[in-house]
Design a protein. Structure first.
Lengths: 255, 257
């Protein structure tokens, strides 16, 4: 990219960011809602050890789950719903009729959603540190790698839902359904250790559960190799969902 | 001799089993207005979308500025401005932001603030695009088509939704643009607009090209298709067109009135 292309791309990102803030949904659920959860559950459960003989405290376990919640808002709600709307209203078609094309806009939308995810997680961690003395015992590299893979898996699911949905309505339905079911059953809001056995078995069927388990693991000091199952599931979701999504897009005329 | 800006040869395009465009050939020269006319579903927009590089023809060739618009998109789009038949913009974007965004897409953008006042949108610059009226949206769409100082303008349903006075002003604007050497490809259902602006015409019926030539030649061609007893001297282009275009099934008011 040369200087002009960069300038153009940054300005497009700025506009997309303004639109996201105006849209309120992504802004609220990505930045404010996880903080509300932090304070709410923090005031209910406090920051006691998860069990009498454990060094792990309640907030050390909950905050990685809230971080996955932020990833889910961007990857499963904000980005796919924007993409579905632009597709249905033929907004991309108009951008295709300019020298930059729709790829430029889609890239800006992905970038802004990624930035919002990073910002949301940063705010969450800062609040966790200030309010509940959050401890991150894993290495920065492990946490970053786990977060990147989890974000990629959330976006892969959202991308597939936009490809499957012939209209925005179906994409909305799939995104809302999967996001809210996974939000409450994956351990992102309420730690899975508090679930009854049946619910815990059910939660193992949900992709978000593996992101929550991975994030909780690396936050508490586990190495990535101790979570090969989670890495395999999330990596597989990325490959499969992006692959099938790309195949459907290539096959279908969506101009 | 004027430079040929668009050259389309034997274009064919199908959607599943429907042949939308069949063996259509035409050209557009610099400083010329070519009007594409025909009933709904005659293949006008599909033909234009092949020229725009938004659809790849099944067979045939399109050259715009001597380049294939499908493969040389970036080069071609730097020189053309497009107003699509149906256009939506991001719901919460403001007029001013949209103009700035589009201006950033071109290396030498037009003075969009000047265009805003020319299009009577100056007072609406802070307004959200979704809150503009149909006519205002249409004018904004034309403004955006002019943003890159195009050498070829493709206008699909230019004055739909505009009041008569604004339509006349718009025609005046496009006459001036044409005089500056810009080629215009105009798709329209309004034959008064075609009569006022077009140098040449392309008439399509069920995807087939039935006529391509000047307005004068079109009149002669159309009159030859009308039974002598139905011919009227000096009738408008619209009256002539209505006699040759396939009749649509009447809309009945049964059960309503």
């Amino acid at each position: 990219m040369n200087a002009i292309t960069w300038k153009r791309f940054l300005f497009t990102c700025k506009i997309e960011f303004i639109l996201m803030v105006r849209n309120f949904f992504g802004f609220f659920f990505g930045l404010i809602f996880p903080l509300m959860m932090l304070v709410l559950f923090g005031s209910i459960f406090g920051n006691q050890p998860v069990s009498p003989d454990s060094d792990l405290r309640m907030m050390d376990l909950s905050i990685p789950g809230y971080a996955v919640m932020v990833m889910g808002v961007a990857g499963l709600m904000s980005f796919p719903l924007t993409l579905a709307e632009c597709k249905e209203k033929k907004i991309y078609k108009r951008f295709d009729a300019t020298p930059v094309g729709k790829k430029h806009i889609i890239l800006a939308q992905v970038t802004v959603n990624l930035l919002m995810t990073v910002l949301g997680i940063a705010i969450l961690l800062t609040a966790g540190k200030l309010l509940y003395q959050l401890r991150i015992q894993g290495s920065v590299l492990s946490v970053a790698a786990a977060a990147l893979l989890s974000i990629a898996a959330m976006f892969a699911m959202g991308f597939l839902f936009t490809a499957v949905g012939k209209d925005a309505k179906l994409t909305h339905l799939l995104c809302y359904l999967f996001y809210f079911v996974m939000l409450f059953l994956s351990g992102a809001t309420v730690p899975a250790m508090l679930f009854p056995d049946q619910i815990r078995k059910l939660s193992k069927l949900l992709p978000m559960t593996y992101a929550v388990d991975l994030m909780q693991g690396v936050f508490s000091g586990d190495s990535l190799t101790m979570h090969s199952k989670e890495l395999l599931v999330l990596g597989g979701i990325c490959l499969l969902f992006y692959g099938v999504g790309a195949f459907l897009y290539a096959k279908r005329d969506w101009t | 001799m004027s430079q040929i800006i668009v050259q389309a040869e034997r274009l064919n395009l199908s959607y599943k089993n429907i042949r939308a465009v069949q063996d259509v050939s035409f050209s557009v020269k610099a400083g010329e207005v070519l009007a594409v006319i025909g009933a709904n579903g005659s293949g006008k927009t599909s033909t234009i979308e092949c020229v725009e590089g938004l659809r790849k023809p099944d067979s045939g060739t399109v050259r715009v500025f001597d380049k294939d618009p499908w493969t040389k998109r970036r080069d071609v789009y730097a020189k053309i401005g497009i107003q699509l038949q149906e256009t939506e913009y991001p719901a919460k974007i403001r007029v001013e932001e949209l103009c700035r965004l589009y201006a950033g897409f071109y290396e030498r953008p037009a003075d969009w603030e000047g265009l805003l006042s020319q299009m009577n949108l100056e007072e609406k610059r802070k307004r959200t695009v979704s809150k503009l009226s149909g006519g205002e949206k249409q004018r904004l769409s034309v403004l955006l088509a002019l943003m890159g100082r195009p050498k070829l303008l493709i206008l699909d349903e230019l004055t739909t939704g505009l009041d008569p006075e604004v339509r006349q002003n718009m025609w005046e604007t496009f006459r001036t643009i044409r005089e500056n050497g810009v080629a215009i490809l105009l798709v329209s259902h309004y034959l008064d607009e075609v009569e006022a602006l077009a140098d040449r015409m392309l008439y399509l019926e069920k995807g087939r090209q039935l006529f391509f030539g000047s307005q004068k030649e079109f009149r002669a061609w159309a009159e030859a298709r009308i039974a002598p007893e139905n011919r009227r001297e000096g009738c408008s282009l619209e009256a002539l067109y209505l006699q040759i275009v396939p009749k649509t099934t009447g809309i009945t008011m049964e059960g309503i009135l």
